[in-house]
Write a protein that binds this ligand. Structure first.
Ligand code: DQA
Length: 141
């Protein structure tokens, strides 16, 4: 199975950024662990801080991958464009968040992605990505 993880703004700073909220591990290190654990999955990873690049990656990924795992980070709460891009493609998108956005500020309770996502996994730390991969594997059986 071919899956891609798309991470949005500031997630390139994982490990350094607000470690009390997001932990001490870089995403690159965690991604290596995921590749090792899910050796049977063709896993790709893309990160950008730019909203339009997330949209373009969603369009392209739809041609190439069977599933998309998206942490749009702050754009989750603001981006009509990313929501529309997900609506425009047929490939299923699972929304993930590291922190429990519902236990944080009110503005993080709104998501433009949740209504158009296949499912949502929130608040399990980096393990949210692991659970998203498992959800794709379980549903492809
Ligand atoms: C986040 C939650 C967002 O509210 C925040 O802007 C992020 C990360 C998470 O994974 O917990 O950058 O998407």
């Amino acid at each position: 199975m071919k899956l891609i993880i798309i991470n949005g703004p500031n997630l390139n700073l994982l490990g350094k950024r607000e470690p009390e909220t997001y932990g001490h591990k870089s995403f690159e290190d965690y991604f290596s662990e995921l590749q090792f654990k899910f050796r049977n999955v063709e896993l790709s990873y893309y990160q950008t801080n730019i909203e339009g690049e997330i949209i373009e990656k969603l369009h392209r990924a739809a041609e190439e991958f069977e599933g998309i795992i998206l942490n749009a980070a702050a754009y989750t709460h603001t981006s009509v464009g990313i929501g529309d891009a997900i609506k425009a493609i047929d490939t299923p998108v699972v929304e993930v968040h590291i922190s429990n956005t519902f236990s944080r500020e009110d503005f993080r309770h709104k998501s433009f992605i949740s209504p158009v996502a296949k499912g949502v996994i929130i608040g399990f730390g980096l393990e949210s990505y692991d659970l998203a991969i498992q959800s794709f594997l379980n549903h492809s059986k």
